[in-house]
Structure formats: C-alpha cells, structure tokens
Design a protein around this ligand. Sequence first.
Ligand code: HEC
Ligand code: HEC
Ligand code: HEC
Ligand code: HEC
Ligand code: HEC
Length: 160
Amino acid sequence: MRALALFLLGLLLAAQQSTSPTPPEQPIPYSHKKHLAMGLACKNCHTSPDPGETMGIPATSVCMGCHAKIRTDSPAIQKLAKYHQDKAEVPWVRVYQIPTYVFFSHKAHLETGAKCETCHGPVATREALSKETDISMGGCMNCHRQNKASNDCTFCHEPK
Ligand code: HEC
Ligand code: HEC
Ligand code: HEC
Ligand code: HEC
Ligand code: HEC
C-alpha cells in the first residue's frame, strides 16, 4: 500500500515537473483567445520558414498592421508600439522550449498528421499560454511508442 502511494506520488511529481498550469507573466498581455476569435489563423503569425524546424514568434510589424490604428489608447498597445518604434523585439517569455541538443522539426511532425493542439493544447481558447502538455523526453517517447516511431537515442540526439 505504502509502496503504491509513493509510486503514485512519484508519478504526480514527474507530471508536475514537465507541465505547468501557471502561465508565465508576459511583457504584453497578448491573448490567443481574443485574436483567434477574430478569424486569424495560426499561420498568420507562425509561419514556419524553411526548413520548417521552428514556427517563430511574430515580429512587432505583424501586430502593428492592426495596432497602428486599433486600441492605441491601451497602455499595453502603447508598450507594443514603443518596442516597434525602437526596432526592439518583444522579450516574450518562452513557454515550450527544448534544449538545442535535441533534434525536432515542426514540418516533419505536421507531415505525420499531428495538429498544433496535439502538442500545445487548445491554444485558441486560452487567454494566456502555459506549458500544458509534456514535451520532455518522456513525453516525446510516449508518442513515439504509440505511433511506432523510433526511440533510438540517435533519433533525437547526436551520436556520441
Ligand atoms: C496575432 C498573432 C498570433 C496568432 C494568430 C497566433 N499566435 Fe501563437 N503566439 C503569438 C505571440 C505574440 C506569442 C508569444 C506570446 C505568448 O506566448 O502568448 C505566441 C506564442 C505561441 C506559443 C508558445 C510558444 C513558446 O514556446 O513560447 C504557441 C505554442 C502558439 N503561439 C501557438 C499558436 C497556435 C496553435 C495558433 C493558432 C491556433 C496561434 N499560436 C496563433 C501570436 C499569435
Ligand atoms: C509534435 C509536437 C508539436 C506539434 C504538432 C506542434 N508543435 Fe509547436 N513546438 C513543439 C516543440 C517541441 C517546441 C519547442 C521547439 C524548440 O524549442 O526548439 C515547439 C515550439 C513552438 C513555438 C515556439 C517557437 C519555436 O518555433 O520554437 C511555436 C510558436 C509553436 N511551437 C507553434 C506551433 C503551431 C502553430 C503548430 C501547428 C501548426 C505547432 N506548434 C505544432 C512541438 C509541437
Ligand atoms: C487582425 C488585426 C490584429 C492583429 C494582427 C493583432 N491584433 Fe491585437 N487586437 C486586435 C483587436 C481588434 C483588439 C481588440 C479586441 C477586444 O478589445 O476585444 C486587439 C486587442 C489586443 C490587446 C488588448 C489591448 C487592451 O488593452 O485591451 C493586446 C495586448 C493586443 N491586441 C496585442 C497584440 C499583439 C502583441 C499582436 C501581434 C502579435 C496583435 N495584437 C495583433 C486586432 C489585432
Ligand atoms: C504527437 C506524437 C509525437 C510527439 C509528441 C513527438 N513526436 Fe516525434 N515523431 C512522431 C512521428 C509519428 C514521427 C514520424 C516517424 C517516421 O516517419 O517513422 C516522428 C518523427 C520524429 C523525428 C524524425 C523526423 C525528422 O525530423 O526527420 C524526430 C527527430 C522526432 N520525431 C523528435 C521528437 C521530439 C524531440 C519530440 C518531443 C519534443 C517529439 N518528436 C514528439 C510523433 C511524435
Ligand atoms: C523522441 C526523442 C528522444 C529520444 C528517442 C531520446 N531523447 Fe533524450 N531528450 C529528449 C528531449 C526532448 C530532451 C530534453 C528534455 C527536457 O528539456 O527536459 C532530452 C534530454 C536528454 C538528456 C539530458 C537530460 C537532462 O536532464 O539534462 C540526456 C542525457 C538524454 N536525453 C539521453 C538520451 C538517451 C541515452 C536516449 C536513448 C535511450 C535518449 N535520450 C533518447 C528527446 C529524446
């Protein structure tokens, strides 16, 4: 009984480490929920330039396409406009990030039929994003196991 309880506690702690219910505080309170409700699509802002490894975070110019005129009275939009004017990047706090020694390609995964939501949760319903799915090594390997994709070390890591 005690061993089982400790085992379950271990699982719980492991799960807590690889996901996080609390969104990080962002420099600008950008809401996916509000903007996707306007009919924007992911690809309007996340373009995945060749070779398709990254999805990228949009430049301020994408935002200013609308916000040069929309809600210019808002302090958050004034902050955005200041970054834009200074030609500075918004210091967004990254939510999903893996170390550079891991191979990962968005393009390759989207070609397997995976959806954004599979790995990032229901983004379009979120006011603020938190790391709600597990993209640690264990999380990657679970999905690879389920889909009969390789879990050889060298599939995701440089050979030693
Ligand atoms: C109007 C532009 C815009 C649209 C449309 C948009 N995003 Fe974003 N996205 C952003 C901005 C800005 C950030 C950085 C701030 C944040 O994390 O909320 C971001 C961050 C993210 C992140 C977190 C990246 C990281 O590791 O920090 C994910 C995942 C994401 N977006 C997925 C999506 C998906 C999926 C869609 C479509 C359902 C979408 N986005 C549509 C602008 C957009
Ligand atoms: C198979 C899982 C998976 C799928 C499917 C997926 N992502 Fe990601 N996404 C990740 C991982 C892993 C990272 C972290 C990549 C890194 O740090 O190099 C990431 C990072 C991001 C980022 C941060 C910027 C970057 O490129 O590192 C954005 C934005 C993002 N994803 C948006 C999307 C959108 C939009 C879609 C759907 C078109 C999508 N993702 C589909 C796993 C996935
Ligand atoms: C297609 C036009 C469009 C684009 C592109 C766009 N926005 Fe917006 N944004 C709006 C509209 C319209 C509102 C007002 C929504 C509301 O009040 O419900 C808004 C509201 C906001 C707000 C809330 C302002 C406040 O104080 O209430 C923030 C912050 C914001 N946008 C940031 C961004 C950022 C950052 C980007 C770029 C990643 C961006 N927007 C891209 C149209 C856009
Ligand atoms: C939604 C399920 C899923 C998740 C989550 C997932 N993968 Fe995959 N991955 C696949 C499938 C399916 C393939 C295709 C295997 C094939 O073609 O034999 C694949 C292929 C790959 C490839 C080879 C594709 C290429 O670039 O040529 C790498 C590397 C990889 N995954 C790394 C990762 C890493 C790292 C993570 C976690 C950050 C991850 N995967 C998460 C399902 C997933
Ligand atoms: C499906 C992709 C995938 C496969 C297969 C894989 N890894 Fe990983 N590995 C990752 C990811 C993603 C991380 C980064 C985890 C994180 O950010 O917490 C990682 C991290 C690591 C780390 C660093 C851990 C740390 O805490 O610093 C080591 C060591 C490692 N992997 C070894 C291995 C070995 C050995 C194998 C073969 C048995 C293997 N990996 C197979 C995806 C993979």
